[in-house]
Design a protein around this ligand. Structure first.
Ligand code: HEC
Ligand code: HEC
Ligand code: HEC
Length: 225
């Protein structure tokens, strides 16, 4: 039976995500999933000084799409919370106030979510802004322990039109596209933008921006397909 954990501390959640992600890289060292979870929980408590609250396994799993959405939005929020602010940008003074990611590049997602910028939809002042499309698509990373991917329509449609991706890059149907990480690295699928005009793959902290849901934290796949 699948379980759902909620850890009542934003840092704890971020820490757990990071740890489980790192755990993905040590797969194959003979450590079982349960050991990793126990270790991660201990680390979360140690680092945050708070007790990680793990929900009773026997508790009913939710099927309410709204509740699931809230759960995944929390992950998104934890990503933007992880961003750090720094001043003194290379050449472009206008970017000094912008939140930066671990490479020192602007984190445009955080810039929007934290309200640092609020771009107009067009230079034509008569064009009305369209609200972003709030739909998260769950994409399983098809290897053991590699954290799963969450594709958020919200931040993408904040910047882009549906026709930038559909149907040219992705058929608009969950699971219909045979995406692989190798092809992404080669510049296909997500790699049409990421690594070019949107945030890059490396360093490892950037992997987690897409691979945001540790295995075992996914609720159940059935909820998504
Ligand atoms: C940045 C690229 C991108 C943009 C822009 C985009 N989408 Fe998507 N969309 C995706 C991806 C990726 C998937 C998941 C495909 C998969 O799982 O194989 C998807 C899936 C979908 C699905 C299927 C959901 C499901 O559960 O089956 C619908 C419907 C959809 N998009 C509608 C839209 C609409 C409407 C817009 C504009 C408001 C839009 N998309 C903009 C990338 C995009
Ligand atoms: C058409 C261009 C385009 C495609 C294709 C695209 N993205 Fe993005 N993505 C963006 C832009 C632009 C942003 C916001 C700016 C930025 O963060 O660099 C963004 C932001 C994100 C974010 C926000 C989280 C964060 O920390 O900033 C995630 C997650 C993400 N993309 C995942 C994906 C995944 C997964 C795919 C493929 C299934 C994908 N994207 C395909 C353009 C694209
Ligand atoms: C822009 C979003 C994005 C980023 C950044 C990203 N990935 Fe992925 N990754 C995906 C998507 C989408 C899949 C789903 C493909 C599948 O397995 O069906 C995936 C799948 C994978 C898989 C599963 C096996 C495979 O080939 O499909 C591995 C392993 C992986 N990624 C490793 C990484 C590593 C390591 C990084 C950082 C260097 C990274 N990814 C960064 C989107 C991303």
């Amino acid at each position: 039976m699948k379980t759902r954990r909620s850890i009542h501390a934003p840092f704890a959640l971020t820490g757990l995500l990071a740890l489980l992600f790192i755990a993905g890289f040590v797969a194959g060292c003979g450590i079982s999933g349960t050991d990793i979870e126990k270790f991660a929980k201990g680390e979360v408590e140690r680092l945050s000084g708070e007790k990680a609250v793990v929900e009773d396994e026997s508790k009913e799993k939710t099927d309410d799409p709204k509740e699931i959405q809230v759960y995944y939005n929390k992950f998104n929020k934890s990503v933007s919370n992880r961003t750090r602010f720094q001043t003194g940008t290379k050449d472009i003074i206008a970017l000094d106030v912008m939140p930066k990611d671990t490479t020192g590049e602007v984190n445009w997602t955080a810039a929007v979510i934290l309200g640092v910028i609020d771009p107009a939809p067009s230079i034509d002042l008569n064009v009305e802004d369209e609200p972003p499309f709030d739909l998260n698509v769950f994409i399983e990373a098809k290897v053991a322990l590699m954290a799963n991917v969450l594709f958020p329509h919200s931040i993408h449609t904040y910047w882009l039109k549906c026709s930038n991706c559909h149907p040219g890059i992705f058929l608009p149907e969950a699971g219909a596209n045979k995406i692989s990480m190798n092809e992404i690295f080669e510049g296909k699928w997500c790699g049409r933008c990421h690594g070019k005009v949107a945030f890059t793959f490396w360093p490892r902290a950037n992997c987690v921006r897409c691979h945001i849901i540790p295995k075992g934290e996914s609720l159940s796949k059935e909820n998504w397909q």
